[in-house]
Design a protein around this ligand. Structure first.
Ligand SMILES: Nc1ncnc2c1ncn2[C@@H]1O[C@H](COP(=O)(O)OP(=O)(O)OP(=O)(O)O)[C@@H](O)[C@H]1O
Ligand SMILES: [Mg+2]
Length: 427
């Protein structure tokens, strides 16, 4: 025992007085238990929110008061039961048993470790691999808060367990974060070309006028997928005057993509975009900004269709700077939304990383059920986080600005309750 309850603030908040000989054992975030007032097998699990030094007239020197928040009422196997009566004055408080915490935080392999809880650094927080594959992930935080570091630790564990990853890398930073032998580098215009296929026609159509789309389908049906034949057709086919402008502008757009060496000139043989045990890094650092959405859109459609046919393994797709592609004021990439919503069924975990959640489609964000929030101070971003999270009440939200680099608040359907963690390289 480390103390007794001396004050009850509300149904889920109380304080206890730390006994003299236990002062060294308590710290902020530390997990403590008290007996369930209504049953023997259950324990009321709480977390110390803050520690105050107090002095009372009848005791010499100062004493420590620990202010706690009740997290739930659990039995030793981790089963939860509602707390039917408030915790009682004078109840004993003990440190939570590490095995008890392990049952709550830890999923046995195959699993993905996410970090070490601040209140219990001995047991990593982990989620079962199967659950991880069936969710979408959101990682937010201000610049330098640790988003890329966090995702790199997850992706390496995922590859180790035979998963496949795809990273859209805008800053050439991922090659240094994944072991060389695991990398499959894909560079648009150098090692990868967009095939003139149905996926391309679909994504390219979004950038065209209705007349251009008509012409595109026409010429594709006659001469595709061979690009040179299509270009020859532009020179020889006669079209009525009405359509000539659309025809010319379509030709110009296709020729621009071709001159950037983005398009494959011949029909492409089937190639899987992702491979088991490998991380495909799509290096977009040299690609002009305006072509990046087209490229991402095309690849995501391919991954989606290959995964639906089950010809590629469960895939973890990392999209950095996600606010650029989910911005509701511009044209968001709709396949991202589609995959996030269908992800649980088709085992594509799309991980959206953003510094600016305030610009993103909130339906997409709220369907990313595993949420890893690093620090941010922007009030608009914080408001967005509170709207898109299903698990965080105002207490948790209020702590986000005070997290330090490498710390995060993690919540989700497979995380027992929101947990503050340190993201660490070794578990
Ligand atoms: N958990 C951590 N442990 C140790 N160092 C960390 C941790 N998280 C981040 N860092 C360090 O902090 C720096 C910034 O981290 P990182 O690149 O992950 O930030 P970021 O949130 O992705 O930033 P940006 O938005 O600019 O991309 C890096 O040098 C990284 O090594
Ligand atoms: Mg980063």
């Amino acid at each position: 025992m480390i103390g007794r309850v001396i004050f009850i603030e509300s149904i889920n908040k109380f304080s206890f007085l730390v006994s003299e000989d236990s002062r060294q054992m308590v710290f902020e975030n530390c997990y403590v238990v008290s007996p369930d007032p209504s049953g023997r097998q259950f324990h009321v699990l709480s977390q110390i929110e803050s520690l105050d030094e107090i002095s009372t007239p009848d005791v010499e020197g100062t004493q420590i008061k620990a202010n706690c928040r009740i997290l739930g009422n659990y039995d030793s196997s981790g089963k939860q039961k509602p707390l039917t009566r408030p915790i009682a004055y004078g109840s004993s408080v003990s440190l939570a048993n590490p095995q008890f915490l392990r049952n709550l935080f830890h999923s046995p392999p195959p699993s993905i470790s996410l970090g070490k809880p601040l209140g219990n650094p001995d047991v990593p927080l982990s989620v079962a691999l199967d659950d991880f594959q069936r969710t979408a992930t959101l990682i937010t935080g201000t610049t330098g808060s640790g988003k890329t570091k966090a995702v790199s630790l997850i992706l390496n564990q995922f590859i180790q367990q035979n998963g496949a990853c795809v990273v859209f890398d805008f800053n050439k930073e991922y090659s240094a974060l994944v072991p060389e032998e695991k990398i499959n580098l894909m560079t648009p215009g150098e090692t990868f070309f967009i095939g003139m296929d149905d996926q391309f026609i679909e994504v390219f159509s979004k950038e065209l006028t209705d007349h251009e789309v008509d012409q595109l389908y026409h010429i594709y049906s006659l001469y595709g997928p061979d690009l040179s034949s299509m270009f020859r057709a532009f020179e020889s086919v006669t079209v009525d005057k009405m359509r000539v402008r659309a025809y010319k502008s379509l030709e110009r757009k296709l020729r621009t993509l071709s001159s950037r060496r983005l398009l494959a000139t011949k029909e492409k043989p089937y190639e899987p975009i992702v491979r088991e045990n490998k991380c495909t890094i799509v290096d977009l650092s040299e690609l002009e900004l305006k072509y990046q959405p087209l490229f991402i859109n095309y690849l995501l459609k391919l991954i989606h269709s290959q995964r639906k046919k089950d010809i590629i393994p469960a895939t973890f797709v990392i999209i950095e700077e996600a606010d650029r592609f989910l911005n509701t004021r511009e044209v968001p990439i709709s396949i991202i939304k589609e995959i996030v919503l269908q992800g649980p069924k088709i085992k594509i975990n799309v991980c959206l990383i953003t510094q600016r959640p305030r610009f993103c489609d909130e339906i997409v964000l709220s369907n990313c059920r595993l949420q890893i929030f690093h620090t941010t101070r922007n009030p608009l971003d914080i408001e967005t986080l509170s709207r898109v999270s299903q698990y965080l009440d105002s207490y948790y939200i209020s702590k986000i600005p005070y997290l330090t680099k490498g710390q995060a608040l993690i919540s989700g359907p497979n995380v027992v309750f929101p947990i503050f963690v340190n993201i660490v390289s070794e578990f």
